[in-house]
Design a protein around this ligand. Sequence first.
Ligand code: GTP
Ligand code: MG
Length: 198
Amino acid sequence: MKITEAEFTGSFPKVDLCPKPVMPEYAFIGRSNVGKSSLINMLTNRKGLAKISSTPGKTQLINYFLINKKWNLVDLPGYGFAKVSKDKRQEFEKMIRGFLTGRPCLMTVFILVDARIPPQKLDIDFINKTGASNIPLVLVFTKTDKLSARQISKSTQAVLDELAKTWEEMPRHFITSSVTRTGKDDILKYIEESNKVF
Ligand code: GTP
Ligand code: MG
């Protein structure tokens, strides 16, 4: 699939206010600094697209981008902020959960994981919880450009090993780099295939 049009359509504070669920949608989430904005810009070929949503105050919202007038890319706020109060964090978590469980048109949530660091409890917990709610998910390993093939396979395997403790079947995963554009075609192809079954 080629992305010919990508347009920011709005930011919403909660799931009930999101656009009518009439198109397939794909959500992207991960810890802050995992490379989410870079990945979204890489996938859509728009340098500043995801920055629209990262202006102060908007990062805590659910951001919609209409792609090729056919499907929605959803930029979710990062989970596990260290710098906000516990109350605020719980509020975010509730919003994210509400979104993930409340969208009948959500085809897949892409969970981003930094390939350069060992498995983080926060990520594993988030993946497990999402999987336990029967939300279709795939993993996206980010920032692989500075790693050797051996290091990439070691760090992806480390995460998969963690999941294997509780999962019967492994989620699909993509190896990506926003610098080298690795993984772009695979992810777009995956979305194209999923769109067909909407
Ligand atoms: P927040 O919105 O602040 O939570 O971060 P984010 O998850 O959107 O990450 P962002 O795309 O802003 O990237 C964070 C940092 O990682 C930036 O300094 C990027 O340049 C860097 N980065 C992102 N993707 C890659 C990548 O594929 N390779 C390398 N080497 N660096 C990357
Ligand atoms: Mg960002």
